[in-house]
Design a protein. Structure first.
Length: 149
């Protein structure tokens, strides 16, 4: 499944295209995890899902991803998509997911959301997630401090 990273610049006609989820996370993000267009500006991935409720859809814009795997080469790789509800808004949602890559052993690449269930995060991964959410300004330091008072 290909992933198309569109540019937030309405005049840009370039796109980053990732062949799969590993390519997307490895090659289409900046150092903070935000998706980038081929031109270097911020990008996003549009998704569209039909919901069980008749006529309803979920149409998130994925603006970045935070890796939470122990190492970049581990088979099991939990991560969190930063999402927003509209094309140009700041991230306002987190979509927990994972992939499992057994291709090096002759297996396959599986993206794990939906029937595969959610990822399981250990305490260190939760702490790393909070740190990364602060880094990308999903949470401000003051919002975090207000939570732990």
């Amino acid at each position: 499944m290909s992933w198309w990273v569109k540019c937030t610049d309405q005049n840009c006609r370039e796109r980053n295209v990732a062949a799969n989820i590993v390519d997307l996370l490895d090659n289409c993000r900046d150092e903070s995890g935000i998706f980038r267009c081929a031109c270097g500006k911020q990008g996003y991935v549009e998704k569209h899902f039909k919901l069980q409720e008749k006529g309803q859809t979920w149409d998130p814009y994925l603006v970045g991803a935070i890796r939470l795997g122990e190492t970049k080469t581990a088979t099991y790789q939990p991560f969190v998509f930063l999402t927003r509800n509209e094309e140009m808004n700041d991230p306002n949602g987190l979509w927990f997911s994972y992939y499992k890559d057994t291709r090096p052993e002759g297996g396959r690449l599986k993206l794990g959301y939906g029937p595969g269930g959610p990822p399981v995060l250990d305490k260190d991964q939760v702490k790393r997630l909070i740190k990364e959410l602060l880094k990308v300004n999903y949470l401000s330091k003051q919002e975090f401090l207000d939570l732990v008072k």
